[in-house]
Design a protein around this ligand. Sequence first.
Ligand SMILES: O=C(O)CCC(=O)C(=O)O
Length: 283
Amino acid sequence: MLTNKQKCDFKDNGFIVLPGFKSAAELSALKARANTIAAAHDFDDSQEVFSTARQRGPQADKGQDYFLDSGNEVRCFFEEKAFGADGALIQPLAQSINKIGHAMHDLDDVFRKFSHGEKLAELALDIGLGQTQIWQSMYIFKQPRIGGQVDWHQDASFFKTTPHSVTTFWFAVDDATLENGCLWVEPGGHKTPLRQKFIREGRQTKMIDLDKTPWPDTDSAVPVEVEAGTLVCFNGFLPHYSAPNISDKARHAYTLHVTDAACDYAPENWIQRSKDFPIGGFV
Ligand SMILES: O=C(O)CCC(=O)C(=O)O
């Protein structure tokens, strides 16, 4: 699927941009399903917020259980700015959800179809993933006006394998621009050390600092403005971030975090699978 030049670019830069990877029909089916799941969320069941800041500290509360169990479920998380001072939603429910996670790729028919197939398997092979394992799916709404920032991070912090293998498949469901909070990446930054690791200890999680290498700044980072249907594929060591969406335009995206079964998946990773819910790959 990839040319030799594209394979070399992926190795050198740590990411590759593939416009037109998904069709308009595939995108609209995924978006419709995501909106349906968001609109059906039971507000009384959970008002759990997703924010990258929240993932830093140790936690043990009801919200923590909701988050931890979402690894093998389909669950909704709110935007931090979804709530007014009185605790009520400022926008309608479906426009207040930050993301859906984290096992739709196995549990939901529409998401399953989008997340599997020969085309993805072939691409994975081209970038060095021999036997894929899809651990996590996230549908990120980045809602108009209230869509939260995703702080600089490396996805390998969340999915340790030995040797390193986690790779992110990020699909633009809408056009992603500077205005609505596109991804930013540091070309070549996948060669820098892993700065943090996020681990699970029983029913608790914590972020541990590993390396003090500073996060990129606007001199070394580049925005990845892409059209809907584009797949951005990147090495799990690549630092990336996205700004808040203060525009009136939605910026939906869908991501898959994928490792190679030939590498050992760490028992302290927050998402684990049991025998009755086995991990699978693109085909
Ligand atoms: O889409 C975004 O804004 C960030 C996504 C991300 O950080 C990820 O998928 O690892």
